[in-house]
Design a protein around this ligand. Structure first.
Ligand SMILES: [Zn+2]
Ligand SMILES: [Zn+2]
Length: 168
C-alpha cells in the first residue's frame, strides 16, 4: 500500500486523492487472530505541508469473524476514518509515521489502525440467540426443551462476557 509522493515533495500544499486496495493476510495480535474476508480498501487524501504529510481518509474491509454468542464464522463489515501524519525523520516522542525517499508506505499504518479499531466482540446478527446455556445447542438453528424450565443460570452469561474481555 505505497504512494509515490515525488510530485508532492516538490509542490507543497497540493492535495491528492488515492484509492488503494490490498489483500492482507491474517495477523496475530494481542492474543487474537485478525483475519480478513475481503481485501482492505483505503480512500486517502494526502498533502505535503513542507514538513510532513497529512494523510486522512477511510479504510473499509470485512473481517473473518467468529460470533461471540453462537460461534458461527461470518464476514463482518468493518471500517473507520483516520487522520495521520508521515514525517521524514521521526523522533521517539513524535507520533508521526516515518517515510523514506519519495514513498509513503501505508501498510504499517493500516495494520496498526485496524488493531486499534477492532470490535471488542463480534456478533453474527443483532438478534443472534446464541447457544443454550444448559445444553449448548445453537438456538438460531435448533430448538431445545431447556428454555423455561428455570435452569438457566444468569452467571453463565456473565462468565461468557468475562472471557471476551480477557481476549482483548
Ligand atoms: Zn451468532
Ligand atoms: Zn438447551
Amino acid at each position: 500500500m505505497k504512494l509515490n509522493v515525488a510530485e508532492q515533495l516538490k509542490l507543497a500544499g497540493k492535495a491528492k486523492h488515492a484509492e488503494l486496495e490490498a489483500e492482507l493476510g491474517p495477523f496475530f495480535y494481542g492474543g487474537r487472530t485478525v483475519a480478513f474476508a475481503s481485501p482492505v480498501r483505503m480512500h486517502v487524501d494526502y498533502v505535503y505541508d513542507g514538513d510532513c504529510f497529512q494523510v486522512s481518509g477511510r479504510l473499509e474491509t470485512e473481517l473473518a469473524s467468529e460470533c461471540a454468542l453462537c460461534g458461527k464464522a461470518f464476514a463482518e463489515p468493518f471500517g473507520f476514518s483516520f487522520s495521520e501524519r508521515f514525517k521524514k525523520d521521526t523522533s521517539e516522542e513524535d507520533d508521526a509515521y516515518e517515510y523514506r525517499g519519495e514513498e509513503l508506505d501505508l501498510g504499517r499504518m493500516a495494520e496498526e489502525l485496524i488493531f486499534l479499531n477492532l470490535p471488542l466482540s463480534s456478533v453474527c446478527a443483532e438478534d443472534c440467540k446464541g447457544l443454550c446455556p444448559v445444553c449448548g445447542c445453537n438456538l438460531n438453528t435448533a430448538q431445545c426443551s431447556c428454555a423455561g424450565d428455570g435452569l438457566i443460570n444468569p452467571f453463565l452469561t456473565l462468565g461468557a462476557l468475562r472471557n471476551v474481555d480477557k481476549e482483548v
